[in-house]
Design a protein around this ligand. Structure first.
Ligand code: PHE
Length: 364
């Protein structure tokens, strides 16, 4: 009931009445009206409109205000009429400004909408998605296989000391094995590691057996770039130390690994070789993954492909890290990750792996 009573009250009548008087006034007989209209016509934006408003309706210097001040100079009998005309002018100016403002705002909004319009029918941008580099791909795959066999992944520094890279691996100064690995020296004692074997030493210094680790990473040698060489490449080191580890464990481990990585048919063979930090040492071949061992261009008709160096950890290395070489034995191997990638993806030039040509990389 109360609400109804309120509703029936004529609301804001006063205000409405005032607005209507403004709305009703649309022109003026005052001479300023014509100049105002000309000025208003030239206005093209809201900033211009504000300028015109100020010059006519400004309280201090506005033309209408100036006219108001002149009213006193009129003879008293003419004053009411002059005042009325001036008021009419003022209202007409107000009304015209308001109309123009509405127009200009509308025009501004429309052009903004036009500018910001998004054409959803246009074809979208095609962003190229990245991929995983073939080296990183096999790296992960290799890691996965060893991790499933219970190995731990460890990393060592790329900048090594002469001690870890050579001395502790039974390669003293003047040893001919140093010449095999053209070393990039930083100074007398620091160098870029030439293999991942120093990680063997670092790990054994900090952990007691049993030990089962792989250590992947970058290695560096002073080689010039060609289809089979790069001054930076990748190796993965493997090291297992425990009581009763034999060469058979090494061979069995590698067989499991390569069968997993390539195929069930892959065979592994060890050829006697020499590395100062292992005894006996071996070079490890796998049966050619392309011809199955019959002989082809890749295996140079031999049926075998050399893939890594390995051996039983030298007792002198064990004593260097304080392991009891009477109690423990172990095997170690070092594999070229890039070489595996080249075989796996049948890349015929190693440079392709490092040039990062998008046409090559996008094939993976
Ligand atoms: N570090 C040797 C190389 O880079 C490979 C290797 C590692 C050999 C472990 C035997 C044992 O050639």
């Amino acid at each position: 009931m109360i609400l109804k009573a309120l509703d029936s009250l004529p609301r804001r009548r006063n205000k409405l009445w005032k607005l209507e008087t403004v709305v009703d006034t649309e022109s003026s007989s005052h001479p300023l009206w014509n100049t105002f209209q000309l000025d208003l016509e030239k206005v093209t934006n809201l900033e211009g409109l504000t300028e015109v408003r100020d010059s006519y309706l400004g309280r201090q210097r506005g033309l209408v205000a100036l006219e108001m001040r002149k009213l006193g100079q009129f003879p008293p009998s003419e004053r009411p009429e002059a005042g009325r005309v001036l008021n009419e002018l003022k209202n007409a100016v107000l009304k015209a400004l308001e109309t123009r403002q509405t127009e200009l705002k509308k025009r501004r909004d429309e052009s903004r909408v036009r500018e910001e319009r998004i054409d959803t029918t246009l074809p979208g941008y095609n962003f190229k998605t990245g991929g995983i580099h073939p080296i990183r791909r096999v790296w992960r795959e290799m890691e996965d296989i060893f991790v499933r066999m219970g190995y731990t992944v460890v990393v060592g520094p790329e900048i090594e000391s002469d001690h870890y890279n050579f001395e502790a691996l039974n390669i003293p100064k003047g040893h001919p094995a140093r010449d095999d690995q053209d070393t990039l020296y930083i100074n007398d004692t620091l160098l870029l590691r030439t293999h991942t074997s120093p990680v063997q030493i670092r790990t054994m210094e900090q952990h007691q057996p049993p030990l089962r680790i792989i250590a992947p990473g970058r290695v560096f040698r002073r080689d010039s770039v060609d289809a089979t060489h790069s001054p930076m490449f990748h190796q993965m080191e493997g090291l297992v130390v425990d009581e009763g580890i034999t060469l058979a464990d090494l061979k069995g481990t590698l067989e499991v690994f390569f069968r997993e990585l390539f195929s069930e048919e892959t065979r592994v063979r060890l050829r006697p070789s020499y590395f100062p930090f292992v005894e006996p040492g071996a070079e490890v071949d796998i049966s050619c993954i392309f011809c199955g061992g019959n002989g082809c261009r890749v295996c140079k008709r031999s049926g075998w492909i050399e893939v890594l160096g390995a051996g039983m950890v030298h007792p002198r290395v064990f004593s260097m890290v304080g392991y009891d070489s009477e109690r423990y034995t172990g095997f170690a191997w070092g594999m070229g990750i890039d070489r595996i990638a080249i075989l796996k993806y049948q890349v015929d030039d190693m440079r392709l792996l490092f040039e990062n040509d998008i046409r090559f990389l996008s094939q993976f």
